[in-house]
Design a binder for this molecule. Structure first.
Ligand SMILES: [Zn+2]
Length: 393
């Protein structure tokens, strides 16, 4: 039999299992979690704890599931600090800035891209993210997109083909020709390395008809859909996401009541990315309105060099609470269980028997401190179950 480890003397434990504890977070005070190999074996009140081979005393700290970051663009070269500074001195944000990262990424070696990704993965882990999604979208040629996905796949199972990020410069006069490339040879080369397909459906990127065509082509070869929707202006992104059964519509900054009722009546999660509004000095999405309309909300970092160069989920939680009308409980749920829902995973984002042993302890007695103490590094320890590499044929 394998050894069991008990994390004892947990001040408050977020399980995200309503059967295990109080409220939507399934909160248990004075709790114990027992880990066996890469799985949670047991979680409950100290008084009911029985036995483990090894014990780790957490001294009253809070424990919660590792964060699940369901939206990130961590494979790229270079940065855009100058563009950020220019924007902060008054220039507007547009989707076109992506092209400068495309030029740098195409020119980079595989090793440079891997090293850059590893640095961000290390940041993710230190900030308590134990599952993250990684998109392509800075190659925009058949070979460069497939390369980005191969590199991403060395670090995560949640790999997303985003050939439809923007139309690259060489197709500016022939955007439909680019859509044909994305749905043809590029998809053929990329699908074996990806689980998801994504489209940036917005001003300056792709229209609703193009987005539908691209997503349907991906669905036909077995990928699942997610959509960059309604970030820069109201539009059709959310409608398209719901139509094709996407796991998530991401950004959702500009939404109508109809958009919200479409989301609420579907399995499509609204993934909110407040790092993007922060870094582009844009109005935040109204999470309160979405939650009140019955929409499932996830929070993610959108880590990318142009519009949200952060790997910090605690920062996103603090923004969501301060500026988007979420309660601390809702924001923590969205950054853990909500992210899992947006990736259609039930083995992460909760601390319940059988789930992966991905969890974090805080230098604080409660998860509320993540928003209450903004900017303070509260991550004490991170437990991450070893990754079983995805088998591709
Ligand atoms: Zn994005």
């Amino acid at each position: 039999m394998s050894e069991t480890t008990a994390l004892i003397n947990i001040g408050s434990l977020v399980t995200n299992d309503v059967e295990l504890g109080e409220g939507a977070l399934g909160l248990i005070r004075d709790a114990v979690v027992v880990i066996e190999d890469d799985r949670i074996r047991w979680a409950g009140p100290s008084a009911e704890f029985d036995f483990a081979d090894r014990v780790v005393d957490l001294g009253g700290r809070a424990v919660l599931p590792g964060f699940v970051d369901s939206h990130a663009h961590p494979v790229f070269a270079g940065d855009r600090a100058d563009e950020f500074a220019a924007r902060m001195s008054g220039q507007p944000y547009s989707a076109g800035g992506i092209r400068s990262t495309v030029a740098r990424t195409r020119a980079a070696s595989d090793e440079e891209l891997s090293t850059g990704l590893d640095r961000l993965v290390d940041e993710f882990h230190r900030s308590g993210v134990t599952t993250f999604e990684a998109k392509s979208g800075y190659g925009l040629t058949v070979d460069d997109e497939a390369r980005a996905l191969r590199i991403a796949g060395q670090r995560t199972d949640e790999v997303t083909f985003l050939g439809a990020h923007v139309v690259p410069p060489e197709f500016v006069d022939d955007p439909d020709g680019y859509v044909s490339l994305v749905t043809g040879p590029m998809l053929d080369a990329c699908a074996p390395h990806a689980r998801w397909i994504d489209v940036f459906c917005d001003r300056g990127a792709f229209g609703a008809d193009q987005a539908r065509e691209i997503l349907r082509a991906g669905l036909e070869v077995g990928l699942q859909a997610r959509v960059h929707a309604n970030q820069l202006q109201p539009g059709d992104g959310i409608r398209v996401a719901v139509e094709v059964g996407a796991a998530s519509a991401d950004h959702c900054t500009h939404t109508t009541d109809e958009d919200l009722s479409l989301l609420a009546g579907s399995d499509t999660v609204a993934t909110l990315l407040p790092g993007a509004e922060f870094s582009t000095r844009s109005p935040y999405p109204d999470a309160r309105r979405m939650l009140d309309a019955g929409v499932t909300v996830a929070l993610a970092t959108d880590c990318n060099p142009g519009s949200s160069f952060t790997t910090s989920m605690p920062f996103c939680i603090a923004l969501a609470v301060r500026d988007m009308g979420m309660t601390p409980d809702e924001a923590v749920w969205s950054a853990t269980a909500g992210g899992a829902r947006a990736l259609r995973r039930d083995d992460v984002g909760r601390i319940t028997p059988g789930a992966r042993a991905d969890l974090i302890s805080l230098d604080a007695p409660s998860h509320i401190h993540l928003a209450y103490r903004p900017g303070v590094d509260l991550i004490d320890r991170v437990w991450r179950a070893p990754r079983t590499p995805r088998v591709t044929t």
